[in-house]
Design a protein around this ligand. Structure first.
Ligand code: GLY
Length: 375
């Protein structure tokens, strides 16, 4: 598997090294891979939540190859994202995804002090979204009490800020949010809600509506992956046993729902006769399982290891596009179960990001951009 992962990662880096100049020439941040050109974000321009995955990919390829072209491309997009930080019009809780994988990665891999300041700026914005009733506000407009499972991944920015400054407030906020998520989002069987709407004045949980999954109360697979990897990272950052227990419960549920072909349905409770796959969920869950396998007892470790291998291998063998005329690699990425506006069964850059990260974990080149250091 290690050799396969190395070869597949190298093919990916090679395809990206040929196609990154097309994005640079258009001065854009790629969101999806098309034929002959990249496509930008479907909404909110460069403030769309996925903007950090492109530089994140570049930093992975740079860490593995040392090729300066990847560093320059990561920094080109880092500048565009810093503009968004300054205008501060459409940013939300996803500043974790956006700035940890861009500015935070730059600081981690090059020690650039200005990038560290921008990362801290983003962390301060995320901390400012904390509602003292115990949750981080996800989105803006009239959604003051809305919190979503995706935030579990953004918490890494707060762990980073506590490590960087020595100020415990960031990590304290992250743990308060993680505890609320554990209580209100994670169900007994290890599945998770996507959205919980709280009363922003009292913190009472009012509603758990459908989000990007099939229906209210269903199991949107990417949300399960955010929770799996997010609780694993939260355990790695804090070493509180309750987060490891949560990560394992969520992982067990995920593993039980992997398709026989190794790919991942968009929602684990979607109708059986519907073909709706989200390979981003599988790639992200594989990353979480590969970290989790190092933290659990040997019997469980074998299970998580095998599940991650099965998913990763399936992605590479049945869903990767190595042809020359297209931009990205991983196919069958689905942004949301019902709404196709952000893409269904196409290549999305954040799918490629998690695929590359998973391959890097297996081939030993992962710079672990989510955490400052392994806890
Ligand atoms: N953070 C939004 C998503 O996973 O689509």
């Amino acid at each position: 598997m290690q050799t396969w992962a190395k070869t597949t990662f190298d093919w990916m880096a090679d395809k990206y090294s040929r196609n990154l100049r097309i994005a640079a020439e258009e001065e854009m941040i790629p969101y999806a891979g098309g034929h002959g050109r990249w496509q930008g974000a479907p909404y909110d321009g460069n403030s769309w939540w996925t903007g950090g995955f492109w530089p994140g990919l570049m930093w992975h390829f740079y860490a593995a190859t040392g090729d300066e072209a990847f560093l320059l491309e990561a920094r080109r997009v880092e500048k565009l994202l810093i503009n968004e930080l300054m205008t501060f019009e459409k940013l939300n809780h996803d500043v974790g995804f956006m700035y940890l994988l861009s500015c935070g990665a730059d600081y981690k891999l090059t020690g650039d002090a200005i990038s560290a300041r921008h990362t801290l700026h983003a962390a301060t914005l995320l901390a400012g979204r904390y509602n003292p009733n115990g949750f981080i506000r996800a989105w803006d407009q009239d959604r003051a009490g809305w919190s979503i499972i995706d935030s579990m991944m953004n918490l890494c920015l707060l762990y980073w800020a506590t490590k960087y400054t020595g100020d415990p407030r960031f990590e304290q906020i992250a743990c308060l949010h993680a505890d609320t998520t554990l209580r209100e989002f994670v169900r007994e069987d290890g599945s998770c809600y996507h959205i919980v709407i709280f009363d922003p004045y009292t913190g009472a949980a009012l509603e758990k509506p459908a989000g990007q999954g099939y229906a209210a109360g269903s199991s949107w697979s990417r949300g399960q992956a955010w929770a799996l990897y997010g609780f694993t990272l939260t355990y790695m950052a804090t070493r509180h046993a309750r987060y490891l227990e949560a990560a394992c419960r969520i992982a067990d549920y995920f593993v039980a729902h992997i398709r026989s072909d190794g790919l991942t349905d968009s929602d684990f409770l979607q109708p059986r006769d519907v073909e709706r796959i989200d390979n981003i969920a599988g790639a992200c869950a594989a990353c979480g399982l590969m970290e989790l396998e190092k933290l659990v007892d040997p019997a469980l470790s074998v299970v998580y290891h095998a599940a991650a291998e099965k998913m990763l291998y399936a992605l590479g063998e049945s869903s990767a596009d190595w042809t020359g005329g297209t931009m990205g690699v991983l196919q069958k990425c689905t942004a949301a179960y019902h709404d196709d506006g952000a893409g269904r069964h196409i290549n999305l850059v954040y799918g490629d990001y998690f695929f590359a990260e998973a391959l890097a974990k297996r081939n030993g080149s992962d710079p672990m951009l989510w955490l400052t250091e392994r806890g």
